[in-house]
Structures are given as C-alpha cells and as structure tokens.
Design a protein around this ligand. Structure first.
Ligand code: UDX
Ligand code: UDX
Length: 458
C-alpha cells in the first residue's frame, strides 16, 4: 500500500508508544513507525506482551500493527524515510554536574538531533513530544540547522498531556492538543501539518496553536498547577489530623465551587509519576537561572510538601505501632504511582518502602501490575522484602496494611477474611482514603486514614 505520509517516532516509551498507536489507528493513510534503541522493548511492542500496561492499549496496537503501525530498532532507515519525526526520548532530571537534581538531562535529545541530521537527505518536520525546558527547541533548531547538507528542519512543540492509566481515553478525547511553532511562514505550515494529523479525530476548536516557547512552557505549567493542587490538599490533610476535621469533606466542599473544581484535590501519600516532580524542578531551575528566586521558591515548596507528606505517613506508622516496627510484617497494598498502571517511577511507595526497611520492618509488596517494576526499584536494598500478587496471601500474619495505590481490587477485598489471618492488634494505614474506614473499625482493625480522625480500639 502507498502511504501519503511517513511518520516516525523516536522513543517507544509511555508517551511514544500509545500516542503513535492512536495516530496509526485514526490515520490509516499514514505509515507510522516507532523506533527505539532498546531491542527488548521493541520486541515486546511487536508481541502481545506490551512493555507498558494501559487499559485499551493492546486492542489499539493490535488493530493497527502490521497494517500502518510498525515497531523497529532501525533508527537510521526510519529517519531517512520519514516526513515527520516525533521525538519522545526520555528527558530525566540531571543526576550530575550543573543543575544536578533539578535541570533536565538533554543528552538523549541532543544525540537524537544529531542522528536526525546525519541520516536525513530532505526537509522534515521535527516534533518535540518529550517535555523539555523552555527554549530547547531553539537549541535543537541550531543543531539541526548547522548541517552542511542545507536541509530545512522545522521544529514544532506538541507536548503530550496524557495521564497514565487513562492514556488511551486521553488520546481519544483530549481536552486540547497544543502545537507550538515559530511565527514564520514555514513554522505555521509545519504546525498545520501536525494539526492535520490530529484533525482526523480531534475537533478543530480543541487544537490550539501558539508560539514555540508558550507550548513548551505550558506543559511545565500544567503539571506544576496539577501537582500544586495535590500538595495544597495534602498540606490541609496534616491540619485535619490535628483538628478532627475530615479532609474528604473539605475536598468535596471546596471542590463544589465551580471556580475550583473537584479534580486533583484528593489527599494522598503524595504524587508520583515520571512528570510532576521532574517538571516542577525543571521550572524551578529555569526560574533560578533567570534570577527569579521568589518564583522558584514558590514552586519548589510544592515538591517539598510532597516529600513531607510521605515522611509523615511513615512516621505515623511507626508511632502508632508503638514506636517500633522491627521485624513486624507490613503489607504495602499497591506500589504503582497510581492505579491502572504498572509504572512505579517516582512512586511514593519507593520512599515509604525504603524508610520502613530502614526501621527493619519486614515488607510484603502487593500490586496487580507493578511487581516487576517494584522489584527493580528496590533491588539491592538491605532488608526483608517479598513480592506477592495475591493480596490474601500477602496479608497472612501481617501486623499492618498500608495502602499506597488506589487500585479498585483493594477496595473490594473481603476484610473479614483479611482480618482473620492477620496478627492482632491489626493496623490499616490508608494512604489513599479508599477503604471503608468505619467498616474496618467494626471488623476490629485500628484504622488510620489520611486527614481524618483515627479509629482505634485502644
Ligand atoms: C518521555 C519523557 O520522559 C517525558 O519527559 C516526555 O514528556 C515524554 O517522553 P516516557 O515515554 O514516559 O516519557 O519515557 P520512557 O518510557 O523512558 O521512554 C523513552 C524511550 O526512549 C525509551 O524506550 C528509550 O529506550 C528510548 N530512547 C532513549 C531512545 O530510543 N533513544 C535514546 O537516545 C534515548
Ligand atoms: C500527569 C499529568 O496529569 C499529565 O497531563 C501529563 O501528561 C503527565 O503527568 P500522570 O503522572 O500519568 O499524568 O498521572 P496523574 O493522574 O496526573 O497523577 C499523578 C500523581 O498524582 C499520581 O501519583 C496520583 O496518584 C496523584 N494524585 C492525583 C493525587 O495524589 N491526588 C489527586 O487528586 C490526583
């Protein structure tokens, strides 16, 4: 079959894979190829054992794979054939040198830009999908333009707003698609080509075009605002625990104000995921680099509050379990950073597990999707950790349960059965406020919700 356009995506991760599957599904006349340096990952994209878990993703991939969706490690060939290249390689927080712990590590992005130049022989549109610090496109354009071949590359920023666990739905009906380009004729044309892709299924009024820098910055700001809401309610959860107010009632009452809205104000043991912390720290770094220290401090507090919330959770477990958890069996219900994903990047489960192990607790990690990643995250740590997919087996002889992830399966457990096999007194620390606390208390548990009065039999 002759395709009208060749689209390439470099980076077959959480963003690149699902986004390209959706484009392929909705644009059968385009050929979509996803390449990655990681052979094993590509192998899995070509199988039914996809490298990431996302509801609905396997069906979407199966519907397009082999027709107009291809996964491959042939990066140079892919670049040569492409009209449009989405770059979706990872941009983690730098762990070394200038800006360590704050700035984005752009080495993969830069390497990719050089690869694009060396394997291209005609003009292409390059789309930034990875979240990048403002003005990265400028640097990329420089690298791309400094080519002796005199090829024109138009760089467009098209940040991804999908959330894990709901990626397929978010891609199907996005709140908006943002496309930033240079305010020149060729920049506008490039933006239009990208808008045409999305126009196959996204209503025109949801496709927003802006200048390049606004698009880049909007992604950081959107994530910073969302995370800020979570830190705000988490700060209030600490106050609630001192005052007998109930943070869920406050979320409901406050969120009923349509100006505030009800989403992203559920108290938790803290936000995780690959984006929030990284993007805020990046924003902080950018502000500091422009000498805007007050602005930087303001946003940095959002991350500090998140760490405080995780610490508070562990301190509460230790205090309520009579100030020692040595050799006590504690079951972490969930390890993914949120429900419906197997992703554990920046999961609050990680610091919680590390702190509990440092206190010499004996841990059982239970998660329906994230055990493989949990093992990797905790590899090499000293201490007693077991991994168990079946919650009923996990809780045998346990002293305490700590809810880390809001999976539905945990809400539906038969807690009478759970209680019967646990040590007594039995404790529940609900880091997501998903369980029926009154019911647990009636069964006999000592219950410690977040931001609500504790229910104890002592
Ligand atoms: C990534 C970025 O982390 C995020 O900032 C951005 O918003 C979207 O892209 P994600 O898809 O979650 O997010 O990253 P990850 O799952 O790590 O996937 C990146 C892929 O790029 C990996 O499979 C990696 O092997 C690949 N890669 C990385 C390359 O193919 N080439 C490289 O040079 C570097
Ligand atoms: C986020 C953004 O939502 C998305 O637009 C962007 O593209 C990538 O970053 P993601 O990290 O996948 O997506 O998940 P999200 O649903 O935003 O949740 C992030 C974290 O916040 C999770 O740990 C979640 O459990 C937590 N959270 C969310 C809360 O603690 N309380 C809430 O009310 C909402």
């Amino acid at each position: 079959m002759k395709f009208s356009k060749n689209i390439l995506c470099i980076g077959a991760g959480y963003v690149g894979g699902p986004t390209m599957a959706m484009i392929a599904l909705k644009c059968p006349e385009y050929k979509v190829t996803v390449v990655d340096v990681n052979e094993e990952r590509i192998g899995r994209w070509n199988s039914d054992d996809l490298p990431i878990y996302e509801p609905g993703l396997l069906e979407a991939v199966r519907a397009a794979r082999g027709k107009n969706l291809f996964f491959s490690t042939a990066i140079p060939e892919g670049i040569r054939a492409a009209d449009i290249i989405f770059v979706s390689v990872n941009t983690p927080t730098k762990t070394f040198g200038l800006g360590a712990g704050m700035a984005s590590d752009l080495q993969y992005w830069e390497k990719t830009a050089h690869q694009i130049v060396s394997h291209s022989d005609r003009p292409k549109i390059i789309v930034e999908k990875s979240t990048l610090p403002v003005r990265t496109a400028e640097a990329m354009e420089r690298i791309l333009k400094e080519n002796k071949k005199n090829i024109r590359f138009d760089v467009v920023s098209n940040p991804e707003f999908l959330a894990e666990g709901s990626a397929v739905n978010d891609l199907l009906s996005p709140d908006r698609v943002l496309i930033g380009s240079q305010q020149t004729e060729s920049g506008a044309q490039a933006a239009q080509v990208i808008a045409d892709i999305y126009a196959h299924w996204v209503p025109a009024d949801k496709i927003i075009t802006t200048n390049l820098w606004s698009a880049e910055l909007s992604k950081l700001v959107a994530n910073a605002f969302l995370a800020q809401r979570i830190s705000s309610i988490n700060a209030i959860s600490a106050l609630c625990e001192k005052t007998d107010a109930d943070v869920s009632e406050i979320s409901f009452a406050v969120g009923s104000d349509t100006r505030i809205g009800s989403r992203f104000i559920s108290a938790s043991i803290g936000f995780g995921g690959s984006c929030f912390k990284k993007d805020i720290l990046n924003l902080v770094y950018i502000c500091r680099s422009y000498g805007l220290n007050e602005v930087a401090d303001y946003w940095e507090k959002v991350v500090q509050m998140n760490e405080y919330q995780q610490e508070r959770f562990v301190k509460k477990i230790i205090k309520e379990m009579f100030n020692t958890i040595v050799a006590k069996k504690i079951v972490l219900l969930g390890f993914a950073f949120k429900a419906n994903t197997g992703d554990t990047r920046e999961s609050p489960g990680i610091p919680v597990a590390k702190k509990l192990l440092a206190e010499r607790a004996s841990l059982v990690i239970c998660d329906p999707q994230a055990l493989e990643n949990a093992r990797r995250e905790l590899a090499g740590l000293d201490g007693d950790v077991r991994y168990e997919a079946d919650p009923y087996r996990a809780v045998i002889d346990a002293h305490a349960i700590a809810v880390i992830t809001e999976w539905d399966v945990f809400k539906e457990l038969d807690f009478e059965k759970v209680f019967s096999v646990m040590q007594k007194p039995a404790f529940v620390f609900d880091g997501r406020n998903i369980l029926d606390h009154q019911r647990l208390f009636q069964i006999g548990f000592n219950v410690f919700p977040l931001g609500k009065p504790s229910l104890t039999h002592f």
